[in-house]
Design a protein around this ligand. Structure first.
Ligand code: B1M
Length: 215
């Protein structure tokens, strides 16, 4: 088994004690940190999701896999994070919608935005529409990013966008949505968000485009 395949298997099987060492070996051997995340860890989580859906594993195993991935990402983080000396190109307030506790994807989006020069305030998970608006106002956000992994999050995504539209921030802050449960059709066409992104790299592209920052 290759070093990278071993990382994928370690996430799937929740081998949390092994993951940091495996990731370090792969990096020392010259593997691309982004490739480790996108090509192997995210793929592992997709497999975990499929096994959960097929009732081959249950919530505790899914949780252990998630923690294993997070420990692996922790090794990679310093390699991706940008230095403080970079001039900030915009402020993003980022959270997971109400009722949803999934944070891995959101945290990856945060990491890539920061490494691309954005100032990002991560307001966590299970965020109410009121909190999204309040934090965006308080922190003078240019963009608000909403992550949603559960289909039961759809009404909360919608009500958060509506809360912005009814507030004094309407038109002043760009609203971007993403996450496995969200589609462009729902977020942009039906709810009126300014943008939709498929993954962390796309989130950077979409937010830069909305703020008219050269890629
Ligand atoms: Co949950 N869960 N989970 N879960 N979980 C899913 C999402 C699910 C699809 C699994 C399945 O059935 N196949 C399913 C949702 C089904 C649905 O709604 N249609 C599900 C379920 C049902 C549940 C529970 C209800 C299970 C239960 O209790 N019976 C429960 C809900 C808890 C809650 O939130 N209230 C639950 C709990 C959990 C754990 C706590 C065990 C754990 C989360 C741990 C954590 O996050 N700290 C967990 C996990 C790990 C998953 C899966 C397996 C993996 C999610 C993940 O981290 N993926 C997931 C299955 C799957 O997604 N295939 C599943 C890796 C991550 C990098 O990808 O988050 O998609 P992702 O983020 C991507 C993109 O989506 C995008 O960029 C990221 C990087 O590329 N993105 C954005 C995300 N946010 C963005 C924002 C943007 C732009 C892009 O702009 C603002």
């Amino acid at each position: 088994m290759s070093d990278l395949e071993a990382i994928k298997q370690a996430v799937i099987k929740g081998k949390r004690k092994d993951i940091a060492g495996l990731v370090q070996v792969a990096i020392d051997a010259g593997a691309d940190p982004q490739e480790i995340i996108n090509g192997y860890m995210i793929e592992a989580m997709k497999e975990v999701g499929a096994r959960f859906e097929a009732k081959k594993i249950f919530v505790p195993e899914m949780m252990i896999a998630a923690r294993t991935m997070q420990s692996g990402v922790d090794v990679i983080k310093p390699l991706i994070a940008a230095g403080d000396e970079i001039k900030k190109i915009g402020t993003v307030v980022m959270g997971t919608v109400f009722g949803d506790l999934h944070d891995i994807g959101k945290n990856l989006v945060v990491l890539l935005l920061e490494s691309s020069g954005f100032e990002v305030i991560n307001i966590g998970e299970n965020v109410t529409s009121e909190d999204f608006v309040e934090k965006a106002r308080e922190l003078k956000a240019d963009v608000v990013g909403m992550s949603s992994l559960l289909t039961t999050g759809d009404p909360h995504l919608k009500s958060t966008i509506e809360a912005f539209k009814k507030s004094d921030l309407n038109g002043k802050v760009k609203l971007v949505c993403g996450g496995a449960a969200v589609t462009k059709k729902f977020a942009v066409d039906e709810c009126g968000a300014d943008g939709y992104a498929t993954d962390a790299v796309d989130a950077v592209r979409v937010m830069k485009q909305l703020l008219e920052i050269a890629a």
